[in-house]
Design a protein around this ligand. Structure first.
Ligand SMILES: NC(=O)c1ccc[n+]([C@@H]2O[C@H](COP(=O)([O-])OP(=O)(O)OC[C@H]3O[C@@H](n4cnc5c(N)ncnc54)[C@H](OP(=O)(O)O)[C@@H]3O)[C@@H](O)[C@H]2O)c1
Length: 321
């Protein structure tokens, strides 16, 4: 872990950073940088709803190519599937020897973008959403990040990546030296097989099993979904071993007997299949195809989730709040 006392902020001093995109990460990183004393400008396309938001935060906003022109570091913080198009638009404006930055390895690792050879290419990937990156920074804390270098013609790409990570607050928590490949594959694997894919699918299946057996949807929701927050807090505070010790003997024995049956060798083989597909580039291709078709699968899944029995149970519990 590399932390603030080991990081030299000089590579960013007197430099200008252009943040392209003012969404989840763009907003948080731009505001944190500014409060760390870095000169920031935001690049957004015409008509973007983010323009008013960035301007009301007191940031200079311009078209992406204009923001990139003369910037020393240009961070591409639009959705991954649009980064190639964004890069093509700004590339002619990039000054020789500038640096290009990412917060996820996908576009570089899977070759969606082939940056000009004179550019330094770095990654600073905070391990969590932009909203948390911002709130932690405001609370004087930080979020762990992975950092990496893909191109280093200047010889100064790594110290620049560390200075940037520190300026967005990640040096307070710790920075791990990584690669675009490692960050990208591990991140996609977690999203699909573990926290963001596996866990919600397990909660949904548990809810449906109890409801199908005649139990009230509100009770099924409380048991199978609401308790996840308690589990996450316990694991965060005490680790998995400490969590198991903190719960009742009834829950601990039940978890021991049931957990191994739910996630058995067959489940681990499916995880290996997902990992293999990610590494082969299947997911990167699927993401591109989904975007090109205007997100049919995402639209369908969002509509179905909004009208699901599980969501109805949640609304019932909220009582219209
Ligand atoms: N979300 C996270 O929690 C998270 C965590 C770690 C790393 N990352 C990485 O951070 C990067 C940004 O992700 P994000 O979730 O922050 O993205 P996001 O919130 O979806 O980004 C939205 C922003 O990108 C702009 N944008 C979209 N398409 C554009 C285009 N074609 N040209 C110019 N601007 C465009 C949007 O402008 P308009 O309003 O004009 O559409 C908006 O300002 C990705 O590489 C992602 O993998 C994200």
């Amino acid at each position: 872990m590399i932390r603030d006392p080991d990081i030299d902020l000089a590579p960013l001093q007197g430099r200008t950073v252009a943040i392209i995109g003012f969404g989840n990460q763009g907003r948080a990183q731009a505001l944190n940088l500014r409060e760390s004393g870095v000169a920031v400008r935001v690049g957004l396309r015409e008509g973007s709803p983010g323009i008013a938001d960035a301007q009301s935060a007191g940031l200079a906003v311009m078209a992406p190519a204009e923001a990139a022109a003369e910037a020393d570091l240009v961070m591409l913080l639009a959705p991954d599937e649009h980064l190639a198009e964004v890069y093509d638009r700004i590339e002619p404006a990039l000054v020789g020897g500038a640096a290009l930055g990412f917060s996820h390895g996908l576009a570089i690792h899977f070759g969606l973008i082939k940056p000009r050879p004179d550019l330094d290419v770095i990654m600073i990937a905070p391990k969590g959403p932009g909203s948390a990156l911002r709130s932690l920074y405001q609370a004087g804390r930080g979020m762990v990040a992975l950092a990496a270098v893909a191109q280093n013609p200047s010889g100064g790409a790594w110290p620049l990546a560390l200075a940037y990570a520190s300026a967005i607050g990640c040096g307070r928590a710790g920075i791990i030296a990584s690669t675009f490949e490692e960050e990208c594959v591990a991140d996609l694997f977690n999203e699909q097989a573990v926290v963001w894919g596996g866990v919600p699918a397990l909660l949904q299946a548990g809810f449906e099993t109890l409801v199908a057996a005649g139990y009230k949807p509100e009770v099924a929701y409380l048991e199978c979904v609401s308790e996840l927050k308690l589990l996450a807090e316990l694991i965060e505070a005490r680790g998995i071993a400490g969590m198991a010790e903190a719960i009742s003997n009834t829950a601990e024995l039940g978890a021991l007997l049931g957990g191994g049956r739910m996630v058995d060798e067959a489940a681990q083989r499916r995880m290996q299949t997902i990992l293999h597909e990610i590494k082969a580039g299947d997911f990167a291709r699927a993401l591109g195809e989904e975007a090109a078709a205007d997100y049919p699968r995402l639209r369908h899944a969002r509509a179905r989730a909004r009208t699901s029995a599980l969501e109805a149970a949640r609304q019932q519990l909220l009582g219209g709040r």
